[in-house]
Design a protein around this ligand. Structure first.
Ligand code: NI
Length: 138
């Protein structure tokens, strides 16, 4: 069984790769490469897989799930300029894809125990664009 918790945060970012020249960044990312940054209202959907506990009836303690996501993700990302304040985005482009990988790595150890397992991280950068990450090879 899968259970999904959704949270939101606001953050700004610059889409610019240090491995590319200024011109290449401009051609690839356009206005999103502007070094002053721009903001998004992100949504994160964290899906945990497991079987309902015979006593509690829950895949995992929902309060614990909420607390872990807030502590490990929302408090880290919310109202931050990702490129300057949230490693590894000082050297990795903070695309939705890379944010999904980072969120997975922040949550996996906390959620994959006691019979449950992190199944998916979905990052909405805008209401009509999202990425899904299932762990493993990026
Ligand atoms: Ni953007």
């Amino acid at each position: 069984m899968l259970i999904t918790k959704r949270v939101e945060f606001s953050a700004s970012h610059v889409c610019r790769s240090p491995l590319l020249s200024d011109r290449e960044n401009q051609e690839l990312f356009g206005a999103a490469a502007n070094p002053y940054g721009h903001g998004h209202n992100y949504a994160v959907e964290v899906t945990v897989e497991g079987n309902p506990d015979p006593v509690t009836g829950m895949v995992m303690d929902l309060k614990k799930l909420k607390d872990v996501i807030h502590r490990e993700v929302v408090e880290v990302y919310d109202h931050r300029f990702l490129n300057h304040e949230v490693p590894p985005f000082d050297h990795i482009v903070p695309t939705a894809e890379n944010i999904a990988i980072d969120v997975w790595q922040r949550l996996d150890l906390h959620l994959s125990k006691d019979g449950s397992r992190l199944h998916a991280v979905r990052i909405f950068e805008t209401p009509d664009l999202y990425v899904d990450y299932f762990g493993g090879a990026a």
